[in-house]
Design a protein around this ligand. Structure first.
Ligand SMILES: Cc1cc2nc3c(=O)[nH]c(=O)nc-3n(C[C@H](O)[C@H](O)[C@H](O)COP(=O)(O)O)c2cc1C
Length: 433
């Protein structure tokens, strides 16, 4: 078996090189994609990425855990063939069904028709959508959850139900005899280095944290649930689907996930206090006056910390962390050419990386004649699954004293909803299948 040389440059790798043994009887049979510069449209991949697939050999047969992106199927099959025959494959485990790990699946199923697929229960509908079974081409698979296992003879694969990391159907697979956790995208990162192992790959901490921030962060509460299953395991090696294989001190990556998904001390101290953020744009000062009056209304309630930010001319990115730790946000915009102001949309389109579950939202703004902005913002807030407990407030041109009192009342109503602990609609991911 090839053992990657510590001195080899990251890109100097024979695409047809054989499988790499990562633990006794466990081989990496994945593919390298060093030239990739953008992943899933949203992520920068300055170091490219890898699609890691693994082969586990037992006395009674072989398991393949995840496959690779379709374009890399040739490399994958070449490596697989260097470590096993197709007729030895009894088990194919899919830790989640994202195309970068299932691209080579249909061809693998064709070459190893006797192999049984193991997927999580939530993956059922997706598998059918992916493979489009027909009456003359039925699909057989086994759904598994935490505690279920499959033996390969002297080797046991145990499944851990870890949904939403980062797809609804995600599971992890534990090879007890070798202490290997096949973690799917959990603990993965986009970092391509042919030396494969974390102790040989140089510093990829940025890639690791960046991956977490964009892929796992929206699902922090699910990360915490998964860690409850993962932390007690006597892990010797973590085998993720992207980036380095984590054989050197694997537990520190588990600890890093714990750190990244745990509220800071400051956030915990503030837990008994609710916080509301008001963001606004204003060309002529009317929406700004509304924002200030709303703040005054909120401040009449005790136990709410309220802050006000003018979005003009600034970057919105720094506000994302702030919103993550807030309980509510109110967005104010004048109507400009039938729309809300661009920074409001920039802010709203930056929030996909955080969990907005349970937060309240509200919209307000001044307008001249049609005043579409407020309704558009409200719709977007609802689309992001925030609850909008108080109807949006529009004021025509410059607010009068009576109208400013309406704004204060709007602030009081919002504060009331917060104090009463009215939670936003909880996202029901169950209906995703
Ligand atoms: C360039 C421009 C386009 C506008 N387009 C609209 C519009 O499409 N519909 C509307 O109701 N008001 C429109 N207005 C009017 C503003 O919404 C109105 O002046 C509002 O009071 C401005 O609030 P502000 O003082 O917070 O900037 C427009 C104003 C400007 C300057």
């Amino acid at each position: 078996m090839m053992s990657p040389a510590a001195s080899a440059p990251a890109w100097d790798f024979d695409d047809q090189a054989p499988a790499v043994e990562v633990a006794p009887g466990v081989h990496w049979i994945g593919a390298l994609d060093p030239g990739l510069r953008t992943f899933d449209i949203i992520l920068r991949t300055a170091n490219g990425t890898t699609y890691n697939s693994y082969l586990v050999r037992g006395e009674d047969g072989v398991a393949v855990i995840d496959t690779v992106k379709a374009e890399f199927a040739e490399d994958f099959f070449a490596r697989l063939e260097s470590a096993a025959r197709y007729d030895e494959i009894r088990v194919i485990v899919l830790n989640h069904l994202e195309p970068d790990h299932t691209g080579a699946l249909p061809e693998l199923m064709r070459r190893a028709p006797q192999a049984q697929l193991y997927i999580s229960k939530r993956a059922t509908a997706m598998l059918k959508a992916l493979l489009k079974p027909r009456d003359d081409r039925p699909l057989t698979y086994k759904t598994v959850g935490t505690g279920d296992e499959v033996s390969l003879g002297g080797r046991t694969l145990r499944f851990l139900h870890t949904p939403f990391l980062h797809w609804p159907d995600t599971q992890c697979t534990w090879l007890a005899e070798e202490g290997v956790l096949f973690s799917g995208d959990v603990f993965g990162c986009h970092h391509c280095d042919a030396r494969l192992f974390n102790d040989l790959c140089g510093d990829f901490r940025f890639a690791f944290d960046y991956y977490y921030a964009h892929i796992m962060r929206p699902f922090k509460s699910y990360v915490v649930d998964a860690l409850k299953l993962i932390e007690p395991l006597p892990i010797k090696l973590i085998a993720p689907t992207h980036g380095p294989v984590l054989r050197d001190r694997p537990r520190r990556y588990v600890t890093r996930y714990r750190e990244l998904s745990t509220p800071s001390l400051a956030e915990r101290i503030d837990q008994d206090e609710r916080s509301l953020i008001i963001f606004y744009m204003s060309a002529y000062g009317s929406t700004a006056r509304m924002a200030e009056a709303i703040r005054a209304g909120v401040e009449e309630s005790e136990g709410i910390r309220v802050s006000l930010y003018d979005l003009e001319g600034g970057e919105v990115q720094p506000f994302v962390d702030l919103i993550e730790s807030a309980d509510a946000m109110a967005l104010g915009s004048p109507t400009i050419n039938g729309d809300a102001a661009k920074p409001i949309w920039d802010l709203l389109s930056s929030l996909a990386v955080i969990d907005l579950k349970g937060k309240l939202g509200a919209a307000f703004g001044s307008y001249g004649w049609t005043g579409e902005a407020v309704k558009m913002i409200e719709d977007r807030l609802r689309g992001l699954k925030l609850r909008v407990p108080v109807a949006g407030l529009r004021i025509k041109l410059i607010p009068t004293d009576e109208e400013l009192e309406e704004c204060r009342e709007f602030g009081r109503a919002l504060a009331g909803a917060l104090v009463r602990g009215e939670q936003g609609r909880v996202i029901d991911f169950a209906d995703l299948g």
